[in-house]
Ligand binder design. Structure first.
Ligand SMILES: *[C@@H]1O[C@H](CO)[C@@H](O)[C@H](O)[C@H]1NC(C)=O
Ligand SMILES: *[C@@H]1O[C@H](CO)[C@@H](O)[C@H](O)[C@H]1NC(C)=O
Length: 439
């Protein structure tokens, strides 16, 4: 009997695993998920610091700085963002700007790979206006852009005069495949797909079917490529994004642009994420993560955040297991910021993949926590107010039976036994990050 029941339990577990593997959604996750984004991506992205002033030279300089200062902590992606491209190739696919990348993209990707890093690039869905105008042939088919374009609908949310792809037409999937294939041939490891709707952007567009086709096309290349969606993706479609991508921007840009003076600002940009992220937490997990946008820490006060605000930004991103993609200029590193960005205990919280939830958001003194499913909990204390305040984590409110032993992860300090609660006096916009273990 004993042996039977063990056999049954083992077989039962196996059958459940098999059922998950064979189910539709299991398969959709499995193919990219097995190799991509099992942990939140870490690296650097060009938009915040360089904007359109990118070139082969500047990307290589940032890649080298990432290699020298960050790679050993787990940062690996070097992501070229918007404005790398100019015009289309003979098959209607966007291609590089020869003034910025005189030898194309492949040699830059090759250099990044030679450092042991991974290479990312940026695209928008739909058919570029230039490809519609040229009625380009679709590679490997007898079709042309006019056979697949729906010029009555926009290709994306950017208001860039692009056309939508009509996937009921033969040649449509082949066009997306030809785009994925050329990125794979350049050595791309990460694709940021911007102006994806329903979501943010300038105009309304529906790219849900595009993302499904991109997912398939990436599988079709045989090359593992991370697919990240931007920006302000519609929450109503969260399960679609979860199924077909490896991450999605939950909200708008972290950059201030004309809304304030720094690159970003705590009140105007960072603090908004505290309200935005909780509802998205159930959708994050291995293979697909909630993206809070670039980390604007690295160049000291020039990035628009006080030292406390920088630590708080990293604390929120880490407890949410958000991508840690640096937006700052890595060739002008501030020594204090470097210590924040390379704190192994904080990075480990991010990479462990247990997104946290707030106990309450009724006040600006907030406690967020996550069960790490290894007998420990992550607990973060935030003072989001503009004045100093005491923040208290009460174990019973977290579903933890005290006493606990606590460790301050930012300072690498054991805080000893904390019977029923833990309190910290926090400066405006300051935070603490703890690992607690019931004892
Ligand atoms: C979209 O672009 C057109 C010009 O190309 C402009 O007239 C229109 O106002 C833009 N729409 C929005 C919402 O910005
Ligand atoms: C962020 O913006 C707020 C509101 O405009 C401003 O009071 C604050 O000084 C800014 N923070 C920094 C560090 O510049």
């Amino acid at each position: 009997m004993e042996q039977y029941s063990i056999l049954f339990r083992t077989l039962g577990g196996f059958m459940v695993a098999l059922a998950i593997l064979l189910s539709g959604s299991g398969l959709a996750h499995a193919a990219p998920g097995l190799s991509v984004a099992q942990r939140p991506p870490m690296g650097w992205s060009s938009w915040s610091s360089l904007r359109g002033s990118i070139s082969a030279t500047s990307i290589k300089a940032q890649a080298l700085a990432l290699h020298d200062n960050f790679q050993k902590y787990g940062y690996q992606y070097v992501n070229v963002d918007a404005e790398w491209n100019s015009g289309i190739d003979k098959y209607g696919r966007v291609t590089w700007d020869p003034k910025k990348f005189p030898d194309g993209i492949a040699p830059v990707a090759q250099y990044v790979h030679s450092l042991g890093l991974k290479f990312g690039i940026y695209l928008v869905p739909g058919i570029p206006a230039a490809a519609v105008a040229a009625n380009s042939p679709i590679k490997g088919t007898s079709y042309h852009i006019s056979d697949i374009a729906d010029t009555s609908l926009p290709g994306n949310t950017a208001n860039d005069s692009s056309a939508a792809i009509d996937y009921t037409k033969p040649g449509a999937a082949a066009y997306v495949q030809s785009q994925a294939d050329i990125l794979a041939s350049w050595g791309v490891d990460y694709i940021k797909m911007d102006f994806v709707g329903p979501g943010g952007g300038v105009i309304a567009a529906d790219n849900r079917v595009d993302i499904e086709h991109w997912h398939q096309a990436i599988l079709g290349t045989g090359r593992p490529m991370h697919l990240e969606l931007s920006n302000s993706l519609s929450f109503a479609d969260a399960s679609t994004w979860e199924r077909y991508s490896n991450g999605w921007r939950i909200t708008g840009d972290i950059e201030c642009y004309s809304h304030c003076t720094g690159l970003t600002n705590f009140t105007v940009r960072v603090a908004l994420r505290f309200a935005d992220v909780p509802k998205w937490v159930p959708f994050a997990g291995p293979g697909h993560w909630n993206d809070l946008d670039s980390i604007e820490v690295g160049n000291g006060a020039a990035n628009g955040l006080t030292p406390d605000e920088r630590q708080t930004m990293l604390t929120l991103w880490s407890i949410e297991s958000a991508p840690l993609l640096l937006g700052t200029d890595l060739t002008k590193l501030d020594p204090f910021d470097l210590t924040l960005l390379t704190n192994p205990e904080v990075i480990a919280v991010d990479q462990a993949g247990h997104p946290a939830l707030p106990v309450s958001q009724a006040t600006q003194q907030q406690v967020w926590f996550a069960d790490n499913h290894d007998g420990s909990y992550t607990v973060a204390l935030f003072n989001l107010a503009n004045t100093p305040a005491t923040v208290t984590a009460t174990w019973s409110q977290l579903g933890i039976t005290g006493p606990v032993t606590a460790r301050n992860l930012w300072t690498h300090t054991n805080l000893g036994l904390q019977p029923a609660s833990y309190s910290a006096s926090l400066a405006p916009h300051a935070s603490q990050l703890l690992r607690v273990v019931p004892s």
